[in-house]
Ligand binder design. Structure first.
Ligand SMILES: NC(=O)c1ccc[n+]([C@@H]2O[C@H](COP(=O)([O-])OP(=O)(O)OC[C@H]3O[C@@H](n4cnc5c(N)ncnc54)[C@H](O)[C@@H]3O)[C@@H](O)[C@H]2O)c1
Length: 254
């Protein structure tokens, strides 16, 4: 299936490692030009070098997605460098230490909501401001399978991931006739630093179903999420608007 992504300008947040980096690599393999926005300067530099050695066109910019000015300046930089943005993949996210809701710290709640929910809104806002007047574009946001299920000990993270589904549905309707589409991808347990490090937190709910792994009996791989993201970014998914594509090895089927 030709995804017709060659030459497209793609901006990816949290693209310096993990699922984001797998998507950077996948878009680059399709011949797209990729801009990575991430707050981790070391990982950004390493990712840029890795992608550049493949011959692909890549630019990077250090951005904290929870900071409005930084998000707007990052998008302005990409538009200036690439002449426009065709695809926005809003993927940057963090987790929080597991705590029961009554012991959750305000600073942990505020941080996870700021990065995982406000950060999505800020990036979507910057992208819509650019894409809507052009009458074209595809936006994909990373949520999680815990957008559709509880995860004991992770109230703030789960609230943010539920919230992303709401933003995506709402903005999809606002944009339905404009030529700009927005959808989400919802991974389950994926083998990344964020995914595997969850096991290092002291877990007050170790027997919760969400901790028991995926029905397929293995971790998902970042590349397997990238396959879904590329499809959502392409014209092959033109009829998908406000959809959340779950890539969780059957967890939510339980
Ligand atoms: N790995 C999993 O099991 C899993 C499951 C469901 C959903 N997710 C979601 O997938 C997304 C990517 O996660 P991952 O597993 O690749 O994690 P990761 O920690 O490997 O990568 C996340 C990237 O986002 C960047 N980032 C974090 N906060 C940022 C900020 N404020 N501004 C800019 N960049 C920031 C990090 O520097 C890093 O490069 C996240 O939104 C996460 O919630 C992951």
């Amino acid at each position: 299936m030709d995804l017709e992504l060659a030459g497209k300008s793609v901006v990816i947040t949290g693209g310096a490692r993990g699922i984001g980096l797998a998507c950077v690599e996948a878009f680059a393999r399709e011949g797209a030009r990729v801009a990575i926005l991430d707050w981790n300067a070391d990982d950004l530099a390493q990712a840029e070098e890795t992608i550049r050695t493949t011959g692909a066109e890549v630019i990077t910019r250090q951005v904290d997605v929870s900071n409005a000015e930084a998000v707007d300046a990052g998008h302005a930089y990409v538009i200036e460098q690439f002449g426009g943005i065709d695809v926005g993949f809003n993927n940057a996210g963090i987790n929080s230490p597991f705590r029961p809701i009554e012991e959750t710290l305000e600073e942990d709640w505020d941080r996870v909501i700021a990065v995982n929910l406000k950060g999505i809104w800020l990036c979507v806002r910057a992208q819509v401001r650019h894409m809507k007047p052009r009458g074209q574009g595809a936006i994909i946001c990373t949520t999680s399978n815990v957008a559709f299920a509880g995860a004991p000990g992770a109230g703030g993270y789960v609230a943010a991931k539920h919230g992303i589904v709401g933003i995506v549905r709402t903005v999809a309707l606002e944009l339905a006739t404009t030529g700009v589409r927005i959808n989400a991808v919802a991974p389950g347990a994926i083998r990344t630093k964020l995914g595997t490090r969850l096991g290092t937190f002291v877990d007050p709910f170790p027997d919760a179903l969400i901790r028991q792994g995926l029905p397929i009996g293995r971790w998902g791989e970042p590349q397997e999420v990238a396959d879904a993201v590329l499809w959502l970014a392409s014209k092959r998914s033109n009829l998908a608007l406000g959809e959340t594509l779950v890539m969780d090895g059957g967890f939510l089927a339980q």
